[in-house]
Design a protein around this ligand. Structure first.
Ligand SMILES: [Zn+2]
Length: 329
């Protein structure tokens, strides 16, 4: 057995699907929909959040086997944790082998800050994992509304597109058609080999033809490397928060700093129940009420992650306290 693996026979190795895409591009929505329709149902799902608050595990309850990697991005500071988790999955799989059912597939939902390249490298370079896991496909979700501006300014956004085998353009029903076709032509230029499809809330959706459309001319991003790094800040929100005041604060923050605040996400307890609050750039999504039950010890209500750059975590806390009287430090 060891021999066949050494000769590079990939049969017997698990296939890993890496699901990436920029912050707020709809990775979880897409994955949740696939799970709901029985795709990946035999897969072990690993969810990685760069912020310390994994909220997606509640949304992904449809998967039979799931693990959450929280507190570090799997392509950089969380890489060792990812390798340890994958080794454990391989270990457990060898033990269940004798009973007949064999895990064939792993899906890794990366954080929106992850570069899939180093993740694939970490698996290839690990002496254990390389014999048990093959990176089968890199999928990236692409936000029809925000991707062009991300591609202009974010080197990471470009790398995510360039390394993908499959690009799923999300929110296509909300995009202006001229903008959408320009995005599609730009994606095609950045990654001529990738399959491109459209999605609306996870379901496959048709894309307009874009042959002959002029792609966005993207400047080189030499200066972008000097910008402050993107980091996750964590705000603790207790149940006494004035919800209206919180909404006002969030709108004001996004209005003033929408280019720096890339993503806001978290679960807040209110009198209406547990609310999932999210924004992408300046767009606040309408809050979604989550089921009461919690899915694991990793769950943390009352914490909002604000991911962005160019401000200090304590300034966010101070302004939230000022507006809403909440946000303990
Ligand atoms: Zn990373």
């Amino acid at each position: 057995m060891w021999r066949t693996e050494l000769t590079g026979n990939s049969s017997g190795r698990m296939r890993l699907t890496v699901l990436g895409g920029f912050l707020g591009s709809g990775k979880t929505t897409w994955l949740r929909h696939q799970l709901h329709h029985g795709l990946f149902e035999d897969a072990f799902v690993v969810v990685n959040e760069a912020a310390e608050t994994p909220v997606d595990d509640a949304l992904l309850a449809k998967s039979a086997q799931l693990a959450v990697l929280a507190g570090g991005c799997a392509c950089c500071d969380g890489k060792a944790d990812l390798v340890a988790l994958l080794r454990k999955i391989c270990d457990d799989r060898s033990r269940t082998d004798s009973r007949g059912s064999r895990l064939e597939r792993i899906v890794l939902e990366t954080s929106g800050l992850a570069d899939p390249g180093p993740i694939a490298e970490a698996i290839r370079d690990d002496p254990v994992l390389v014999h048990h896991i093959v990176v089968g496909e890199i999928v990236a979700t692409v936000d029809a509304l925000h991707a062009l501006s991300q591609l202009r300014g974010e080197p990471l956004g470009r790398r995510q597109i360039e390394t993908a085998d499959r690009l799923i353009v999300t929110k296509v029903d909300e995009a202006d058609e001229t903008e959408l076709t320009r995005l599609l032509a730009t994606l095609r230029r950045l990654n001529p080999g990738a399959a491109i499809s459209g999605a609306i809330r996870g379901s496959q959706a048709p894309l307009p033809p874009f042959e002959g459309v002029e792609p966005e001319s993207l400047s080189d991003l030499a200066n972008a490397a000097d910008r402050p790094p993107i980091f996750p800040a964590k705000l603790v929100i207790d149940e006494t928060i004035d919800w209206t005041a919180f909404s006002v604060w969030l709108s004001a923050l996004l209005h003033a700093r929408g280019d720096d605040v890339l993503r806001v996400k978290g679960v807040v307890r209110t009198s209406a129940g547990r609310l999932l609050v999210q924004s992408v750039r300046r767009i606040v999504q309408s809050p979604e009420i989550l089921p009461e039950q919690t899915s694991g010890p990793e769950r943390e209500d009352g914490v909002i992650a604000v991911i962005g750059r160019g401000y200090r975590e304590e300034d966010l806390r101070r302004s939230l306290r000022y507006f809403a009287g909440a946000g303990r430090t």
